[in-house]
Design a protein around this ligand. Sequence first.
Ligand code: SF4
Length: 502
Amino acid sequence: MRVYLVNPSHVSFGVAVITPRWLYVLAAATPTGWGDPILCDETLEPFDPEQLAPGDVVGIGIHTGNALRGYEVGHEVRARGAYVVYGGIHATLYPDEAHTMGEAHSVVKGDGDVIWSTVIADCAAGTPRDVYEGGRVSGGAFRPARWDLLPKNRYMWASVQTVRGCPKHCSFCSVWRTDGQTPRQHASDAVIAEIVQLRRLGFRFIALADDNFYPVSAADLAQAARRNDAARLHELEELRDERFALMARLARLPEDMVFYTQITMEAAEDLTFLDAMRKAHIRGALVGVESVTPEGLKDVYKGFNLAGDALVERLQTFGKYGIHVLGSFIFGLPSDRPETFKATADLAERAGVTFAQFVMLTPFPGTIDFERWERDEARVGVNIGGVPITRHWLIPQAKRPKVYVPHPVMSSDEIRDRTQAVWDQFYALPRIWERSRAVESWRGRLAFVLISKLYRQMYANTGIATDSARTARSVRIARVIARPCRRLFAAAPMPHLDVPTA
Ligand code: SF4
């Protein structure tokens, strides 16, 4: 019996930007008695079911975007007599669907780190259960990834996780519901050991794939103090101290290392934290700006963000500490109007964000926005080829519409056209070249331009483009750009690098 793990994708680029961490974590959670699992990331190349034998176990991790492809893989696997096991956010939200649409033997809900070995043992005994509750494992039980199984020269960035969960509750996001609102931190020893292993292999760019790298804000601390809640205050202070301890150790890694993370803009209220990030080689952060107006922030339950000039100043503060911001903006919020698009594009430039993404408000399963939209749409009852629009991820890719939250005054087409125009403006070559001044060397500037264009093309494929010719062109361009990009990120391996002590 062999164990396989598949990351489904309906498009393969040959190389990919970031390692799909879950594959390597579940590989580590696979008991050694079954041998090394065979990993397939379909963003590199499609899974070959011919290699399967009856009784093998195939774990398929799905999110909403790749669920249908995951179900296709499940059919192929089942036809060869192997066990089909789904996990991931989508399977956690829709375990029944994975059974009916994907021919699952089993579905794992929640984290797979601990339960995976039981699933394999049950399959080996011929008694897989319908559903396994993986739950939310504690930070101490997170599995370090098996980076020794990484294929060579395929990824630009590696990914390490330092914390799961986010205390916020944004209406468009499912993280706080699936990963929970209590941050669970990975022990710094385990994080550093993984990073050193990756640097030894030649990765100097590493994404800290955290839900929110700044899990304790000044407001959280002040609230606990105001309530005279000594236990809570102590807990928050401990969490915060652990962040600093981790960053102090990251700071002792080789100077050429570059980390990138996701963070709320509150982090820029705390200059000590930003300084520790700078010293820790954290050179970039995705910051969820979402909206540039107070009304827009209220729409998405993100009142802790700033708007207007205060927002510009806050985003610029990251830059002052050498942290490049990838600003994430949402269009189509109920309070947005046609003038919002230009105001957002202008603000992104004024704030000096290095990269930006402009997404349309989309009802993702597991979110508050989805529940609202699902209720309204169910009353209308639209379906495509017999599939209700509220289950749009089950519509074949070629016919699948982009689904957006209806807007009170603008049509989806208008929002899409205006969003596209903002992307085109932000990623126009002269503007990218101007922003590339942030990087000193010519090689660095070239990398900056290529990455900006790659990001634009990859997004056009999986993001807002609806025109199939435009999508196909984007995939072709992304394939061409991706290979030289990967080489720009690679570094000479450091096989003798030591683990810095605590
Ligand atoms: S969008 Fe970010 S801040 Fe909001 S809940 Fe999700 S992870 Fe947390």
